[in-house]
Write a protein that binds this ligand. Structure first.
Ligand SMILES: NC(=O)c1ccc[n+]([C@@H]2O[C@H](COP(=O)([O-])OP(=O)(O)OC[C@H]3O[C@@H](n4cnc5c(N)ncnc54)[C@H](OP(=O)(O)O)[C@@H]3O)[C@@H](O)[C@H]2O)c1
Length: 253
């Protein structure tokens, strides 16, 4: 029987690459995001290409009721979830603490932390039932803070803490809990962070070869393909020209 993976934020970047990586390895996929039309296109493409079942759940992870309602729709249909990938997230702004937009802080915390908590609780019965695995997409920003990273970093530090807590609390159920912490990955992330300022978004990836979403998806898949008794707790990865959250070796920056 095919296994099933649920990926939040599967309309773009790392989440989309994870959905395709698992589909190409014969998993059925449940894809989520807020953009319904995009989810429909991805479903059509991946289910046809890989001959797998693809289910769409369209919701905003900040909306607690919508998250739990989405899980209820699955329950009725008796779904099984072997792997939950908490990936949906974003950064907004790159200003100093005293200048940053407070609305941006709220959106980041409500998405990257509260959204991850709602999704994890809502879909936990499925993961418990399958003695499955939870992958939380953190960041090197959750390992070290960087200048003007303030609340984005704080949210990712919180993801690291909640990952460790989940691993302890869910140990008795045989659930693996893993955090995958990428450095810079070239996705829509920077365009969103800089609110459509294409020059700033492009500059974020200038002078070095960043990770691709597929690089991260490969690492996530690796963590899920190990023998049943082996759990990778934390996996951090950066491109060769990035040493940690702050240090890059750029050419002609
Ligand atoms: N790119 C990097 O350099 C980097 C590095 C380290 C960690 N990360 C982390 O990797 C994750 C994915 O980012 P990415 O780089 O792949 O960015 P991306 O291409 O912008 O993708 C973000 C995904 O999250 C979804 N999302 C955002 N807000 C949402 C909400 N409120 N409700 C539901 N879905 C939401 C988006 O879907 P919709 O717009 O359709 O809702 C989209 O599918 C994030 O958690 C990010 O913090 C990224």
């Amino acid at each position: 029987m095919k296994k099933t993976v649920l990926v939040t934020g599967a309309t773009s970047g790392i989440g989309l690459a994870c959905a395709e990586k698992f589909a190409s390895n014969n998993y059925n996929i449940i894809i989520t995001g807020r953009r319904a039309a995009l989810l429909e296109n991805i479903k059509a493409e991946l289910s046809e290409k890989y001959k797998i079942n693809c289910t769409i759940l369209c919701f905003d992870v900040q909306d607690k009721d919508a998250v739990f309602a989405a899980a209820d729709t699955l329950e009725k249909e008796n779904y099984k979830i072997d792997i939950l990938i908490n990936n949906a997230g974003l950064a907004l702004g790159r200003e100093a603490f005293d200048e940053a937009e407070i609305n941006d802080w709220e959106t980041m915390i409500n998405t990257n932390l509260m959204g991850l908590l709602y999704v994890s609780r809502a879909f936990m019965p499925f993961v418990k039932e399958s003695k499955g695995q939870i992958i939380n997409i953190g960041s090197v920003a959750g390992r070290e803070v960087y200048e003007n990273g303030n609340v984005y970093c704080a949210g990712k530090f919180a993801v690291d803490a909640i990952t460790k807590s989940m691993r302890i609390d869910l140990l008795k159920y045989g659930i693996k809990v893993t955090s995958v912490n990428p450095g810079a990955v070239e996705t829509a992330f920077s365009a969103i962070r800089f609110k459509g300022d294409a020059a700033k978004a492009k500059a974020a990836y200038r002078g070095y070869k960043p990770l691709t979403p597929e690089d991260v998806a490969d690492a996530v898949f690796y963590c899920c393909a190990l023998p049943p008794h082996v759990c990778i707790n934390d996996l951090s990865l950066t491109c060769l020209q990035q040493a940690n959250a702050t240090v890059f070796h750029k050419e002609n920056p």
